[in-house]
Design a protein around this ligand. Sequence first.
Ligand code: SF4
Length: 215
Amino acid sequence: MGIETAYRVIAAIPCASIGSYIGYMAATAERDRYLFGALDSSAKNRVKLQEVNYGFEGQEGVFLTSMDFAVNWIRKSSVWPMTFGLACCAIEMMSMGASRFDIARFGAEVFRPSPRQSDLMVVAGRVSNKMAPVIRRLYDQMPEPKWVISMGACATSGGVFNNYALLQGVNQVIPVDVYVPGCPPRPEQLIYAITLLQEKIQREPRSLLKTLNLG
Ligand code: SF4
């Protein structure tokens, strides 16, 4: 094979690859259109809907998503807080779990008695220097992924207790995801903090790979 022929063969390889790739994309688009129809016409494509519904008459629909979205959605819909309170803020946290405020509406009502079964720590109340290492240990005993809400002025900044006995912010010993202002914060504020945390969980990138220890 002459040098010119060799050049032609080498030049033809990417062209062939691009051509087959474009063909593959076209075939994929055609298959998707066959299965699901165009987005504006899928509601009209009753035969195909019935086909993908395994023969059911009613419209059940099809939901396509990524595994990351599904993992994040499952996690955010079943946050398990640790049963753990430090001061007056804890009373507001308990109210949040009771019937009037009912955090079950947001899937976070299953307070767990052990850090090994929890993925949310709500630091509700002032943190003394004596308590700080205990909080750190509890946090370390929680499995990944885990999140922290700092509830109230005391947990966030020491509040009115600017003295030697209290930690001036729980973020000095553990990382905090959401801060709740106020003294005491209302249960609605804590519910709002949990919804903010849920938004954060939903946006977590590469959750599936991280779950498999690959990311
Ligand atoms: S922020 Fe207010 S209510 Fe909460 S622990 Fe401190 S003093 Fe108590």
